[in-house]
Design a protein around this ligand. Structure first.
Ligand SMILES: NC(=O)c1ccc[n+]([C@@H]2O[C@H](COP(=O)([O-])OP(=O)(O)OC[C@H]3O[C@@H](n4cnc5c(N)ncnc54)[C@H](O)[C@@H]3O)[C@@H](O)[C@H]2O)c1
Length: 320
């Protein structure tokens, strides 16, 4: 059996995926640790996972590092910028970290004869579609540079399958949550409550509605047999059947943390930050045909994530 390369494998989602994959196949992780956690590296070692601490845009060096050993069967590409608020002010971050990582990893696949590619895309490719259920055929009109770089990556992958012996699967993920998470609204809330347990301030007016999925369920999709087609590219929404307002998320967090008499303070803008999508809800029927449906609603996922994290102290440190 050949190897699987997980790019961005030391990140939140990557660590969960690597733990699952390592029991079944040889795994190599490449991560520059710009956002990944060094704490998982010892664990990876114990699991027999090889970790290359390097930037996956260093195409030649990465090819050289992977050249010896068993064949490279599959690349799972999770490496990207996760600080979407920051890239609103510095769009080149998305060019470098979200788009160029994709271009480089496609070149690595071509150089090493790897012909299966999975890409962690995002609901952010759609932009704002209030009140609509988004199918994979809904036009993509991203409103953040992050969403734009994910969409540009998707386009490059779609072209690559015509230019090299490659088949690819693109997964458009909702908000992914669970143990080990380091960013996102739950981490933001917990960080604020640690600083001041009397007030929880929400970015935007709190009416923004998003879907939430537990990280284990995302891993289930990534390891589904047949998720990578034999030819061409398949694009799937990894959908949850409902969405939750950020105010509802805040109430679940306070309930689960058993915090009383907390004032929820909302802003006035309908968006949390420039580029924040106000409303999305994806349709999951394409992936249902592959045998996968989300097991939990968004509120069940948020509740489960807070319980998994074990209270205020269970969260890793948040990034800005
Ligand atoms: N977490 C979510 O809610 C969510 C939602 C939609 C899509 N996604 C996508 O899923 C993927 C994983 O998300 P995550 O939450 O685990 O993010 P994360 O930031 O925790 O993980 C990304 C990893 O990529 C690494 N990385 C970044 N640039 C790199 C580079 N040039 N070379 C090598 N490593 C690099 C980082 O160090 C980090 O470990 C990302 O592509 C993200 O855009 C995540």
């Amino acid at each position: 059996m050949g190897r699987t390369l997980v790019a961005g494998g030391a990140g939140f989602l990557g660590a969960h995926l690597v733990r699952r994959l390592a029991t079944k196949t040889q795994v190599v992780v490449v991560d520059d640790l710009s956002a990944g956690q060094t704490s998982v590296l010892e664990e990876f070692k114990a699991l027999g996972v090889t970790t290359l601490v390097m930037d996956c845009r260093e195409t030649k060096a990465l090819v050289a590092a992977l050249q010896s050993g068993d064949t490279l069967d599959r690349i799972i590409h999770l490496a990207a910028n996760s600080d979407i608020r920051r890239s609103a002010l510095e769009p080149e971050i998305e060019l470098n970290k979200t788009f160029e990582t994709t271009v480089s990893l496609l070149a690595v696949a071509a150089a090493l004869g790897c012909n299966e590619f999975i890409f962690a895309s995002s609901s952010a490719v759609y932009g704002d579609w209030p009140g609509q259920r988004l199918s994979e055929l809904t036009p993509c009109r991203p409103i953040s540079y992050y969403g734009a770089a994910k969409l540009a990556s998707e386009a490059f992958i779609a072209a690559a399958v015509h230019n090299q012996p490659l088949a690819a699967c693109i997964l458009r993920l909702p908000n992914v949550i669970g143990s080990g998470m380091t960013h996102g609204v739950l981490v933001d809330f917990v960080e604020k409550l640690r600083r001041d347990p009397r007030v929880l301030s929400i970015l935007g007016d709190g009416s923004q509605r998003k879907s939430f999925l537990l990280v284990d369920e995302v891993v289930d999709v990534m390891v589904l047999p047949g998720i990578v087609p034999t030819l061409g590219v398949s694009t799937y929404n990894v959908a949850v059947d409902d969405n939750l307002s950020i105010q509802e998320v805040a109430r679940i967090v306070l309930r689960e943390l058993r915090l009383k008499d907390v004032t929820i303070s909302c802003g006035t803008s309908p968006n949390g930050w420039v580029g924040d999508v106000r409303w999305y809800l994806m349709d999951g029927s394409s992936l249902a045909l592959q045998g996968w449906r989300a097991q939990r609603s968004s509120s069940e996922a948020v509740t489960a994530a807070i319980r998994q994290l074990g209270g205020l102290e269970g969260f890793a440190s948040a990034k800005a």
